[in-house]
Design a protein around this ligand. Structure first.
Ligand code: SAM
Ligand code: SF4
Length: 349
């Protein structure tokens, strides 16, 4: 699935006509597409996947050409930022080739990825060469026993090697995504924050959302952003809020007051306790080609058929229909979410 098979011209918009942007009924402009390239993964984080899991057959995944086609159709409608995710993107064979393909789509200003970094040491340089702009690495703890408990795999040294390789390859402002589950103690969170300061990594906490494969999430398991901000402030270093440059970004960004570290951001995505839905500009496509307008909504629109056999106009029409149906927040109009049926690895984080 690696190489190019064909390229598609967006025929639906003659050059003398400016296409309308993708806007929902709450006037939110959608410019950010998150693409899951696989549901497979080489670890089994408790908050995402069950231990025993049946993955999609390879033939059901979108090919690189189909992903490129979607991006080529959506870029003229204002989509400029792409995040590649999964499952674990680096288990997809020839993944850097996809980065290269998307980087060359006119109008795309940023291609980013989220990875668990287990395979990053082998790929960091190639990803940099391919033009990958940004890297988020998921790491919840630097304690080997806790890491094993959270991920059900004993591979923390590989993650450290991946981080080091990414820094050596020249990636800057690497973000560390941490989902603090109840089994990760406050002490372990403080250690992670200090590690990030030492390594000059930008830590971002994400509140635990009800998207775990075991469907065991309970509201009391959520370590709130408020709690985490107090913890960092009291035990790592004083932090102060930073005015967001990009209103659509989900993290509340803070910076350390200490001048030795104040160029580093620390972010808090309070997706459960303080949803950021009012400025949401995100769209998602799952590894099997289902288009989703919200992480918390079960509604999906099948794009695979259109990507395989349909016209550009059909692809655009499906996306517009899905975004027009987007609810105010958390998949409803009053933020009262029901637990989504699919888990994070099946949607794409
Ligand atoms: N495998 C890659 C990784 O872990 O970085 C990319 C996919 S993963 C699904 C994307 C992000 O979703 C990760 O940062 C992970 O921590 C986050 N995530 C997964 N399940 C979550 C949950 N139930 N609540 C909050 N964040 C979650
Ligand atoms: Fe894999 Fe990422 Fe899910 Fe962890 S969060 S199981 S690394 S897909």
């Amino acid at each position: 699935m690696g190489g190019r098979e064909s390229s598609h011209v967006n025929a639906s918009h003659p050059s003398n006509q400016t296409p309308l942007p993708i806007v929902d009924s709450f006037q939110r402009l959608h410019s950010n597409l998150r693409i899951s390239v696989t549901d497979r993964c080489n670890i089994r984080c408790q908050y995402c996947m069950p231990e025993l899991v049946k993955f999609l057959p390879q033939r059901d995944l979108l090919s690189f050409e189909q992903i490129e086609r979607l991006v080529t159709v959506l870029a003229p409608l204002g989509v400029d930022k792409i995040r590649l995710t999964g499952g674990e993107p680096l288990v997809r064979s020839q993944f850097p080739v996809l980065v290269e393909m998307l980087k060359s789509v006119p109008g795309i200003t940023e291609v980013a990825m989220t990875t668990n970094a287990v395979l990053l040491a082998d790929h960091a340089e190639r990803l940099k060469q391919a033009g990958l702009d940004r890297l988020n690495i998921s790491l919840d703890t630097i304690d080997p026993a806790l890491f094993k408990a959270v991920t059900r795999r004993d591979v923390l040294p590989k993650v450290f090697a991946g981080i080091e390789a990414a820094q050596q390859a020249g990636f800057e402002r690497i973000k560390i995504n941490a989902v603090p589950l109840p089994l990760v103690s406050d002490d372990a969170i403080v250690d992670l924050a200090k590690f990030c300061l030492e390594q000059r990594l930008e830590l971002r906490f994400i509140e635990f959302m009800p998207l775990d494969g075991s469907q065991a999430w309970q509201a009391q398991d959520v370590r709130s952003g408020d709690h985490l901000r107090r913890l960092i402030n009291d035990r790592v270093g004083e932090i102060t809020p930073v005015v967001a440059g990009d209103a659509s970004q989900p993290a509340a960004d803070f910076q350390y007051v200490d001048s030795a570290f104040n160029s580093l951001r620390i972010g808090f995505i309070d997706s459960v306790t303080q949803p950021f839905c009012s400025s949401c500009n995100r769209m998602r496509i799952t590894a099997e080609g289902k288009f989703r307008n919200c992480l918390f909504s079960d509604a999906e629109w099948d794009l695979k058929e259109a990507l395989r056999h349909g016209s550009d106009h059909e692809i655009e029409a499906i996306v517009r229909e899905a975004i027009a149906a987007k609810k105010r927040g958390h998949g409803s109009d009053d933020f009262s979410f029901v637990r989504p049926t699919k888990a994070m690895y099946q949607i794409g984080g």
